[in-house]
Design a protein around this ligand. Structure first.
Ligand code: NOJ
Length: 479
C-alpha cells in the first residue's frame, strides 16, 4: 500500500533493545549458577568460531548497573533480556537458588528506577545441563512440568513488576539447529527426534502461558519466533508451489500452533508420510488450544527466497560463521523447495540478505493470518565494527539498516498492523553464539575480541546517538 500520509508511531510504542543471558552475562559458574548446555557445548572442540564461549561474555552480570545507566542515557523505553534457567534452578528443578533470583530482582529494579520497561524472555536456549543429562531436555515430556515450575517461580517473583513476557526464544532455531543441522546443542541430526522435541516444546510453551494467566493476569505473554518470510524466486507455477511449501514448513508449522493450537494439515500429512510427524498424546490438542499468546513476538533479520527442488535435489548446506562473504551454501528440502539468492538484495558479510520491506511483508502476513498484535523482539545488523582513535565507531551502515527497517514498520502500522514495540538486537555488543565476538550488533561497543577480554570497556557508537534521537522524536525525523 502507498499512503498519502503515514500514521505516526503510537505514544505507547516501546522503543527497545534486547540481549540474552548467555550472550552477555558471563559469571557462568558464580553465585550458585549451574551449567547450561551452552556452557558445555562451546567447550567441545570445533563447535564455535575460534573456540569462543560465554564464560565471561561481556560481563553484564557484574556491570549491569553501568549498562542500564547507558540505556537510561539513551532514553530506552524497554529492555528485553533473558533469565538463565540454571541461575534460578542450578539442577533445572528442585532447589531454587536465591542468589540467582536476586540478580534479576536487582536488574529489574534498576531498569524500573530509570523508567525502562523490562521485557523478560524466560528461555533463550540455555537449558540446564542437568536436565539434558537426566532425560534429554526437550526430548522428554518431563520437561513440561519442570519448565512450568521454573516459569511459575519467575511469575510469582517478578510478576508484580514485569508485565511483558516472552516464553521461548526462536523455538524454530534452537530446535532446527539442535536436531536438524546438529550445530547447536545437543548436536543431533535426526528429523524424527527434531519434530518430537519441537512438539514437546510447543506443549511446554502452552502450559507456561496457562500458568501465566493465573499468576500475572494483567500481563502480556507470547513466544518470539524467528520469522523469515518466504518469497517465490519467480512466477513459474512450480515456484509458487515451492514458495507455499516453504512458508508452511518454515513458518506456519510454528506460528499456527502458537496462534491456533493446530499444525498445518498439508505439512502434517507430508511429515507423516516421511515418518517424521510428532506423536500426539491424549490431551495435547486441548493443551495447545489453551495456551494462546497475547502477541506474536518476531525476530526479523531476513527473507528467504525459494525455487523448485526435485526429489533428488539439494538438502542441507553449511552456514557462514566466519564473516567471509559468500561462504554460506544454499539449502533445501528435496521435493519441497530450495533456497536461492535473491538478486535484488544486498547481503551482509555473513550472507544475510538485507530486506527492510520483508519485515513489512512479515508483519502484514501475521496480522492478516492471525489477527494478533506484533512485538518485534529482535532486528539488527551483525557487522564488523572498527574502533578508531579517540573511541569512535562510525557505524553508518547500522544506522542505515535500522532506519530502513523502522520506516517499513511505520509503513506496516499505516497499513493497519498493530505493532506494540521494536527491540533492536542488541544493546551492547555480545557473544554471537557460533560466530564469536567479531559479529557485532550493539549500539554500545564492548572492547573485547575472541583472543582477549581486554578491558571490556563500553564505548558508544554513532548509532547510539542516532537511536537516542529516534526515541526522542518517536520515529524517524525527516532530514
Ligand atoms: C536471534 C537470536 O535470538 C539471538 O540470540 C542471536 O544472537 C541473533 N538472532 C543474531 O543471530
Amino acid at each position: 500500500m502507498e499512503h498519502r500520509q503515514l500514521r505516526p508511531f503510537p505514544h505507547t510504542f516501546l522503543w527497545g533493545s534486547a540481549s540474552a543471558a548467555y550472550q552477555v552475562e558471563g559469571a557462568w559458574n558464580e553465585d550458585g549458577k549451574g551449567p547450561s548446555v551452552w556452557d558445555r557445548y562451546t567447550k567441545l572442540e570445533g563447535t564455535t568460531y575460534k573456540g569462543t564461549n560465554g564464560d565471561v561474555a561481556v560481563d553484564h552480570y557484574h556491570r549491569y548497573q553501568e549498562d542500564v545507566q547507558l540505556m537510561a542515557e539513551m532514553g530506552l523505553k524497554a529492555y528485553r533480556f533473558s533469565i538463565a534457567w540454571s541461575r534460578i534452578y542450578p539442577q533445572g528443578r528442585g532447589e531454587v537458588n536465591e542468589q540467582g533470583l536476586q540478580f534479576y530482582d536487582n536488574l529489574i529494579n534498576e531498569l524500573l528506577k530509570h523508567g525502562i520497561e523490562p521485557i523478560v524472555t524466560i528461555y533463550h536456549w540455555d537449558v540446564p545441563q542437568a536436565l539434558m543429562d537426566a532425560y534429554g531436555a526437550w526430548e522428554s515430556r518431563e520437561i513440561i512440568k519442570d519448565f512450568d515450575a521454573y516459569c511459575v517461580t519467575l511469575f510469582k517473583r517478578y510478576g508484580d513488576r514485569v508485565k511483558i513476557w516472552v516464553t521461548l526464544n526462536e523455538q524454530n532455531v534452537f530446535i532446527g539447529l539442535g536436531y536438524r543441522l546438529g550445530i547447536h546443542p545437543p548436536g543431533v541430526k535426526d528429523l524424527k527426534r527434531m519434530y518430537q522435541a519441537n512438539h514437546i516444546a510447543n506443549l511446554a510453551n502452552a502450559r507456561a502461558i496457562q500458568s501465566f494467566r493465573r499468576y500475572v493476569p494483567d500481563g502480556k505473554i507470547g513466544p518470539s519466533f524467528a520469522y523469515g518470510p518466504v518469497y517465490p524466486y519467480d512466477c513459474q507455477p512450480e515456484t509458487i508451489l515451492a514458495f507455499e511449501n516453504a512458508e508452511e514448513l518454515n513458518n506456519h508449522w510454528w506460528m499456527d500452533v502458537y496462534a491456533w493450537g493446530q499444525y498445518p494439515s498439508l505439512m502434517w500429512s507430508y511429515l507423516e508420510r516421511e515418518g517424521f510427524a510428532p506423536e500426539l498424546a491424549d490431551g495435547d490438542s486441548e493443551l495447545l488450544q489453551a495456551g494462546k499468546p497475547d502477541f506474536m513476538g518476531v525476530n526479523y533479520y531476513r527473507t528467504t527466497t525459494v525455487a523448485h527442488n526435485p526429489l533428488d535435489g539439494i538438502g542441507e548446506g553449511t552456514m557462514n560463521t566466519t564473516g567471509k562473504k559468500g561462504t554460506s551454501q544454499d539449502t533445501g528440502v528435496p521435493g519441497l523447495f530450495r533456497t536461492i539468492r535473491n538478486p535484488h538484495l544486498e547481503a551482509t558479510n555473513w550472507d544475510w540478505e538485507i530486506d527492510p520491506i520483508g519485515l513489512r511483508v512479515g508483519l502484514r502476513r501475521i496480522a492478516n493470518r492471525y489477527g494478533l498484535p506484533v512485538l518485534i523482539t529482535e532486528n539488527g545488523l551483525g557487522e564488523f565494527d572498527h574502533l578508531e582513535d579517540g573511541d569512535v565507531i562510525q557505524d553508518d551502515y547500522r544506522i542505515a539498516y535500522l532506519r530502513s527497517h523502522i520506516e517499513q514498520i511505520q509503513g506496516a502500522i499505516s497499513d493497519g498492523v498493530d505493532v506494540i514495540g521494536y527491540c533492536t538486537w542488541s544493546f551492547t555488543d555480545l557473544l554471537s553464539w557460533l560466530n564469536g565476538y567479531q559479529k557485532r550488533y550493539g549500539f554500545v561497543y564492548v572492547n573485547r575480541d575472541e583472543e582477549s577480554e581486554k578491558d571490556l570497556r563500553r564505548i558508544k557508537k554513532k548509532s547510539f546517538y542516532w537511536y537516542q534521537g529516534v526515541i526522542k522524536a518517536n520515529g524517524i525525523q525527516k532530514e
